[in-house]
Write a protein that binds this ligand. Sequence first.
Ligand SMILES: [Cu+2]
Length: 418
Amino acid sequence: MFKSGLIARAAAGVATALMSGVAMAEEARSQYNLPKGVTEISREVYWLHNAVLIVMCVIAVLVFGAMLYSIIAHRRSKHPKPADFHESTTVEIIWTIIPFFVLIGLAIPAAGTLIKMEDTRNSELTVKVTGFQWGWKYEYVGEDYEFVSMLAADSNKARQLDSGIDPKSVPNYLWEVTNPLVLPVGKKVRFLITAQDVIHAWWVHDLAVKKDAIPGYINEAWTKIDEPGTFRGVCAELCGRDHGFMPIVVQALPETEFKTWLAQKKGIDVASLGKAPPVTQEVPVTTTTETAASPAEAAAAPVEVAAATPAAAPAAAKALSKEELMTSGKKVYDTQCAACHQATGLGLPPNFPSLVGSKIVNGPALAHIVHTIKGQGLMPPFGSLSDADIAGAVTYERNSWGNKASVVQPSEVAAARK
Ligand SMILES: [Cu+2]
């Protein structure tokens, strides 16, 4: 019953439509397609996605085309007496074998990519990623360095009900964080992904990494970024009220810059890496805290404050007045502590407890200092801050929001480190 001329014309039409469809998809890629990304795996995923989409479209056009053709060409008004043929072994074999080969043809490259994605062997750096309500904690395993990454202060302010701030005026609104995850370019980085409270998912589109973060489990993933840049992602598992407010930012740096960054963060003398030491290393601690930027600016760039090292012990030995400690302490608190414990001190329970009336804050000074230096649970250690910075922040916490406890001097912090 098929007319070969009609089929040939239909096939030509389908081919033309597909080709123009692919061309359109190429043009509109940035808006409507997956990003190509910046890793070998992300490019493979992109290619697979496009290939499967095209195969799907061809099958859909052929199947629905045949259906539509049959419905119209064999309609009742033209053929009042229906044909009564039944079974055709040839046709049945064809429509079994063709899909079989289509599936095999798709499964082979897809399985290859999937196996590569799971192969975390021979990684050169391991980062443990812990999701929590609502942010991410990153630990550079074996490097003894960790930090918490939360929604950036300006986005956080603008998102509040009746904030009066136009989100369009905030750069990278809801896509910016307090501390980005910094990774080296061209190195295989393994991620160990877990969660503190509920299930989250760590998803960075340009790296083609998307893994569930499950409490009590550690999932593995890896990436090897080809080019320096900033890549943004989000939590991809509906995890509660602020699920939409825990973005991810990955900053890829060339290897030498990454090493310098990590050393600075750890308070190691960068000169030993063959680089000129940053200015902040030479500046006495008291000046460093005084020159700290406004809370909003500093929250976006806490690097400078964190770079103040314990090396400035002579300045720390001097006893400071309560006013001096409170003023410098507020700056340290706003840049280092407020993202989690909030400017009001009320925290974000249960992960970040309130400091108002807190037992640790109102208890013995030594325990409070040690807690700050060593961290606990989600709270990273702040031992890389100077004695004066820690004394200021601790004093500020002990004497704000109705708390009334002792003033802490830098010398007490120095003693607590021993
Ligand atoms: Cu989440």
